[in-house]
Design a protein around this ligand. Structure first.
Ligand SMILES: Cc1cc2nc3c(=O)[nH]c(=O)nc-3n(C[C@H](O)[C@H](O)[C@H](O)COP(=O)(O)OP(=O)(O)OC[C@H]3O[C@@H](n4cnc5c(N)ncnc54)[C@H](O)[C@@H]3O)c2cc1C
Length: 331
């Protein structure tokens, strides 16, 4: 990623800005996977990335067939090396704006042009305002049981009631341990929910959560406002997941009722030439799914470009043929 890109334009109006077939914004699993397939389709591709993948705090990435347990950074390193082998260019930096046409503008002022754009910028997790959250995030403060549940199986687990779906989160976690405590915090369970929690053996410990207790760089428990500490080895919380989709919004991409950008199955948005893949379009996409979304988009983007090139070739072919045939006409 450190390669200096010398042929990047300096302003939006820069006629010398280099033109790529496809610019991929975001070099996580989704973006790199799109770039790999497009590079192998012999497309001129640039990946622009500012180096903040969502799962960076986690030591291991689980659930990716053949890569289970690999570190998130190692996956990206291997992916970048593979993609670079097909001539894909990497540009470090943050894209601040995309103008129709497409002019992709980095925040430092550099500009490159693209015939098609893939936005693979992921999402931002917002955690509740409780002391200790960010320090433990991805380590022993977790959110996804499919990513980390197995590693804390049979341990004393806690679930924080800071999200409307927190009770279901606790009921789900019970699959991995029979010692699960639900802390209602600001999400008081209904009578029906209390019955479900009791029926599944999930203990409810009332009170407001004051902080996570950490000793020797390990989570020890959850402290309540009245001072008691409930010992826990790991705690689960549902973050608010906010798509990093400002670029798509500025381009005018349609959104659904929940505010997420609408795409078809290939990731194509409502704006021609613009695709959105990975967590920016689907908060549930794990790494393997995000990679699959990037791959699916690449197929359709290459097809879209081929169709455009065929149309252009036919026009040129007709233009070339026209004078020759008219010269055969009798004068
Ligand atoms: C703590 C934690 C642990 C996880 N563990 C697992 C796990 O074990 N297994 C699993 O399958 N999933 C796991 N996930 C989910 C995983 O992080 C996502 O599935 C995955 O990151 C989605 O890939 P993506 O390419 O869509 O987004 P990301 O990986 O987030 O990549 C997006 C990239 O775009 C870049 N970017 C954003 N905006 C811009 C911009 N304007 N300009 C340039 N670049 C930009 C970012 O810097 C980033 O590099 C975990 C998530 C978290 C939070």
């Amino acid at each position: 990623m450190s390669e200096a890109v010398k042929d990047v334009g300096r302003s939006v109006s820069d006629a010398n800005a280099p033109v790529f077939d496809v610019v991929v914004v975001g070099g996580g699993a989704a973006g790199l996977s799109a770039a790999l397939v497009l590079g192998r389709a012999r497309r001129r591709v640039a990946v622009i990335d500012d180096g903040e993948p969502r799962n960076a705090p986690a030591e291991h990435m689980q659930g990716f067939l053949s890569r289970n347990g690999m570190s998130p950074s190692a996956l990206l390193e291997v992916g970048r090396a593979e993609v670079a082998g097909y001539g894909v260019r990497f540009i470090e930096g943050r894209v601040g704006r995309i103008d129709h046409g497409y002019f992709v503008q980095l925040e430092d002022g550099r500009v490159i042009r693209a015939r098609r754009v893939v936005v693979a910028t992921g999402l931002r997790d917002e955690l509740p305002d409780i002391p200790g959250m960010w320090e433990r995030w991805g380590r022993d403060l977790l959110h996804c049981p499919y990513c980390h549940g197995y590693e804390v199986r049979d341990e004393p687990l806690g679930v924080l009631g800071t999200h409307p779906n927190a009770v279901n989160h606790a009921l789900l976690l019970r699959q991995w341990s029979d010692d699960v405590v639900y802390f209602p915090h600001d999400q008081e369970p209904t009578e029906e929910e209390r019955e479900k929690l009791a029926a599944r053996g999930v203990r409810v410990v009332e009170g407001t959560v004051a902080r996570l207790v950490v000793e020797d760089d390990r989570l020890r428990g959850v402290e309540l406002a009245e001072g008691s500490v409930v010992a826990r080895a790991a705690v689960f919380v549902m973050p608010r997941m906010v798509p990093r989709d400002e670029l798509l919004g500025d381009l005018g991409c349609e959104r659904d009722a929940n505010g997420w950008v609408v795409t078809d199955r290939s990731g194509r948005t409502s704006v021609p030439g613009v695709w959105a893949v990975g967590n920016v379009a689907d908060p549930r996409a794990q790494v393997i799914v995000a990679a699959g979304m990037g791959s699916a988009a690449a197929f359709m983007i290459n097809l879209d470009l081929v169709e455009e090139e065929v149309d252009e070739a036919v026009e040129e072919h007709r233009a070339r043929s026209a004078p020759a045939s008219s010269s055969l006409l009798p004068s």
